[in-house]
Design a protein around this ligand. Structure first.
Ligand code: SF4
Ligand code: SF4
Length: 175
């Protein structure tokens, strides 16, 4: 009994003394700010394609998949037929930074960034409009251009478009 007590006592103090002589690991935030991985999920942005055009085609997929319904928009169409959001709104007061919107987006327009310092005293300041979300770069995928893969008139034979595979001859699959 006394032996067990002594062993616990000695082991506990050994751990204490071990940490007494280690360098502290406290990070003095906000003076020191750790660089977070690019995949970190915080402040959301709307990105542009390499041509400088808005990537968002107002397909509503992000808004449909959002579990807390904090994304809303209204679609519009340009004279050349390209769709865009007339307005696009995210209520960051409700956002849980799950990243589902980014996963659902077919054009890689909506992206979460590592910028987490978004606190506001007035909750209404957490409602971001398109002008607060749209940036002048492509975010994590600067080279991707949705309109070079989809939404364009095909020129040439089937299977010759960007990343398109040769069509399968169904009759050749017969047993
Ligand atoms: S990160 Fe999640 S909660 Fe936030 S807007 Fe996207 S889907 Fe909605
Ligand atoms: S951000 Fe992406 S998923 Fe959301 S409406 Fe625009 S294109 Fe569609």
């Amino acid at each position: 009994m006394f032996k067990d007590w002594l062993m616990g006592f000695v082991t506990g103090f050994a751990t204490t003394f071990k940490h007494l002589f280690r360098r502290p690991v406290t990070e003095q935030y906000p003076e020191y700010q750790r660089t977070l991985p690019v995949r970190s999920r915080a402040r959301i942005i709307l990105t542009r394609d390499p041509d400088g055009e808005e990537r968002c085609v107002a397909c509503y997929l992000c808004s449909a998949v959002c579990p807390v319904s904090c994304i809303s928009m209204q679609s519009g169409q340009r004279e050349d037929g390209r769709r865009y959001p007339r307005w696009f709104r995210i209520n960051f007061a409700r956002c849980i930074y799950c990243g589902f919107c980014e996963e659902a987006c077919p054009t890689l327009a909506i992206q979460l960034t590592p910028h987490f310092e978004t606190c506001e005293r007035d909750v209404l300041n957490l409602v971001a409009e398109k002008e607060n979300l749209l940036v002048n770069h492509g975010g994590k995928n600067p080279d991707y251009n949705f309109y070079r893969h989809a939404g364009v008139t095909m020129v040439g034979d089937k299977g010759t478009h960007v990343n398109e595979i040769e069509p399968v001859d169904l009759k050749s699959n017969l047993p």
